[in-house]
Design a protein around this ligand. Structure first.
Ligand SMILES: [Zn+2]
Length: 364
């Protein structure tokens, strides 16, 4: 399994590098083909091709959902090479989520070895654009989920105890653009209308859209505006990260953003964007799936926990469609999107075993 992670980590695959992603896709396709999977690439012009692998078997398929892309540019390996230390496997994309892909390969292989053939139809779908919002893969993810009995997402688990994720926040971004009136700051400053000042006032309003109790968070992570100190700013822009826990908070938040009006009537305020990934609410179906996973983990000798997290995944799409979805079935580790990203090697076999047992045991 460790050499499997190493191979995948050393095929660097940032979301915006089609050539690199397609190279990794070919490598993975060959591995899945060896297991007898039927390979189908969903070709993309700009994004990397998405990889679908179908394994024949009885019943409605189980969809194993993951992504091949990482947040790390090609060349990161030079300063952050694959390495093993203190029981961990380190390297760009190791935890999020190449180790999860390796576990899925081993789970499928174990089922084949044990039963002689698969006890259940399986579809594996690995997208190339999850880290940048899954725009090009979303329709296929949703179509495949509709045909499946359940969705098992091999994203990283939560915390060092490896909790599964039964609810996730919905995530999106709003762009708030202010157009003011440019003027010389000394000569005719009354002619001007500062877009920067207007945006600053708007941000104080936007900050109040957050509501911790109902799980709405707001972060104006990027602000730009103005050209020079001696010019009244003609334009300013804020990009605001927004997250919600409940589906019904999407229209609530949207209405708030769309109702922003300028304080200075000589400025214009334009709002675009929205919540692109709906929240994964803790559903009855998802909870039942977790209870099954917990029982299976108990048989394997460990106590599995569940968690609710702020980050989104492609599981948000499938859960919003009402398809039973269980997330966080990938590796145990820490430091996703950070330079100390790593996987706990000793946890990998039993995570793969749990995945295999789930595939065997999910009804339908
Ligand atoms: Zn991920």
């Amino acid at each position: 399994m460790v050499s499997g992670i190493r191979q995948l980590v050393e095929l660097e695959s940032p979301s915006d590098n089609k050539a690199a992603l397609d190279h990794l896709g070919q490598h993975l396709a060959a591995r899945f083909a060896k297991l007898g999977g039927e390979i189908n690439f969903h070709r993309q012009e700009h994004a990397g091709d998405h990889l679908q692998v179908d394994f024949a078997g009885p019943g409605k398929p189980i969809l194993i959902l993951g992504h091949m892309d990482t947040v790390w540019d090609v060349g990161t390996l030079a300063s952050m090479p694959f390495r093993i230390a203190e029981g961990g496997a380190f390297g760009p994309g190791s935890f999020d989520m190449k180790a999860g892909i390796v576990q899925a390969i081993y789970a499928i292989r174990a089922l084949q070895e044990q039963h002689g053939r698969l006890p259940r139809a399986i579809t594996v779908f690995l997208v190339s654009d999850e880290e940048i919002g899954s725009r090009s893969s979303r329709p296929t993810t949703e179509a495949l989920a509709q045909k499946s009995a359940a969705v098992l997402v091999i994203e990283p688990s939560q915390g060092l105890k490896g909790a599964l994720k039964t609810s996730r926040k919905g995530v999106g971004a709003y762009r708030v653009r202010v157009v003011g009136q440019e003027a010389h700051s000394g000569l005719d400053s009354n002619q001007g209308a500062s877009a920067v000042l207007e945006l600053a006032r708007q941000l104080l309003v936007i900050e109040k859209f957050a509501d911790r109790k109902r799980g709405v968070t707001i972060n104006p992570g990027v602000v730009r505006g103005g050209t020079r100190t001696n010019v009244v700013a003609g334009e300013a822009l804020a990009e605001v990260d927004a997250r919600v826990s409940n589906l019904h908070d999407i229209p609530y938040l949207d209405k708030k953003f769309r109702s922003l009006r300028p304080f200075n009537e000589r400025c214009k305020v334009e709002v675009s964007g929205g919540i692109g990934r709906p929240p994964m609410e803790r559903s009855k179906e998802g909870a039942a799936l977790f209870m099954l996973a917990r029982r299976l983990a108990e048989e394997l000798g460990w106590e599995l926990e569940e968690a609710s997290v702020g980050g989104g995944s492609d599981g948000n799409f499938t859960a919003a469609l009402g398809i039973p979805t269980l997330d966080g079935l990938g590796a145990v580790g820490e430091g996703a999107h950070s330079r100390h990203e790593s996987v706990v090697i000793a946890e990998m076999p039993r995570r793969a075993a749990l995945l295999a047992r789930l595939i065997e045991s999910i009804p339908g």
